[in-house]
Design a protein around this ligand. Structure first.
Ligand code: FPP
Length: 248
């Protein structure tokens, strides 16, 4: 499948991706895990480029979870280096493509140099108007909800917010994704059937696409296949088929 084969109707506005299987990809080749992450970076570039060309508005990539800090120190250090290299090498290309880079997660836990680089990358692309590339780094869905709950509680305690006025919109406004629509499509590579603490609140009605393809092998063609599959889905948001055809 090529980009021009994809229908431009019913495109997902927001795609979220759990990029999994780098370690297994490397192990299958008797290579160290980090090699899988390095080749996975080429998939990152391919998916960003495909989504931008297709007209996806938001792309959220799960690059490093809060729980990933518990991996062996050498792997954590290598992943930090990959983030830095990604920003150093790619930020000008992303900027030229009018892509706005944002992050979500506890990025202040990053080593100082990676943190500074990430901040400068965000700053550089801040006013871009094309696709939003949202990189989840030191991110956890439960942690995000706890953070929102604390902020809301503090506002209520200061008298800035009436507890009776707390509703779904109020909670959503206190999440990292406050300015984004919920994901329409969640892609997970490497066949695992779990959410792994990603965007727990936001995926309430998201369509899921799980493929056995390991992340380093997930490129343009696989991205297009996932989007095409999404386009065949009938989203009901808890209602019945009959109700949807009446409203159509
Ligand atoms: C999961 O594979 C992958 C990760 C934990 C890291 C993903 C990170 C990148 C592809 C590079 C950084 C990305 C950006 C955008 C800078 P795994 O190690 O859990 O694989 P396994 O399940 O086969 O062991």
């Amino acid at each position: 499948m090529k980009i021009n084969d994809l229908s431009r109707e019913n495109l997902p506005r927001h795609i979220a991706v759990i990029m999994d299987g780098n370690g297994r990809w490397a192990k299958n080749r008797s290579m160290p895990r980090i090699h899988g992450h390095q080749v996975g970076m080429d998939s990152v570039r391919a998916v960003i480029s495909t989504c931008a060309q297709v007209g996806v508005e938001y792309l959220s990539l799960y690059a490093f979870s809060v729980q990933n800090w518990l991996r062996p120190e050498t792997e954590v250090r290598a992943l930090m280096l990959l983030l830095k290299t990604f920003i150093q090498k790619e930020i000008d290309n992303l900027h030229r493509a009018n892509i706005r880079v944002t992050t979500m997660g506890e990025i202040d836990r990053l080593p100082r140099d990676a943190y500074e680089l990430a901040r400068s990358g965000l700053e550089k692309t801040r006013d871009n108007t094309g696709m939003v590339l949202n990189i989840a780094w030191s991110y956890g869905g439960r942690e995000e909800i706890v953070r929102a709950a604390k902020e809301i509680a503090c506002k209520a305690a200061r008298g800035e917010l009436d507890p009776a006025a707390i509703d779904e919109r109020c909670v959503a406004r206190h999440l990292y994704t406050a300015d984004m629509p919920d994901p329409d499509l969640l892609i997970r590579t490497s066949g695992e059937m779990r959410i792994s603490n990603f965007l727990l609140w936001q995926i309430a009605y998201t369509e899921m696409y799980v493929t056995d393809v390991l992340w380093p092998d997930f490129r343009e063609e696989e991205t297009l296949r996932a989007i095409a599959e999404y386009q065949t889905r009938k989203r009901r948001f808890g209602r019945t088929d009959e109700q949807l055809s009446v409203n159509a």
